[in-house]
Design a protein around this ligand. Sequence first.
Ligand code: ZN
Length: 112
Amino acid sequence: MAGGAYARRERVRVALVVGTLLALAALAYVLWPIIAAAEGRPSATSRGVPRSEARADPTPEPETAVASERAIDDIAEAEIRRARGRMKVCPVCGPRPEPAARYCSRCGRPLA
Ligand SMILES: [Zn+2]
């Protein structure tokens, strides 16, 4: 019966070794992107963008930037004015964000 006990102990040892190896493999698989990113190697998360493209200067010429910023400001202002035009106005609280409301949601007064 000593052989049976030895075989069982051997199976338990093999299972422990295999389980430990699987756990280490899973841990390495999970930590690999973090380790790779820390070492500057391309990882699964950064593989989508080539380094040369990622380093390309995203800022356009200063004049163009100012002009496009102004255009965006103009568009935003027009959009805000249009939204304000649709807004109902409470005599106490001012413009209210509910375009279909008949009464102010803050003070309950009828909206103009
Ligand atoms: Zn009000």
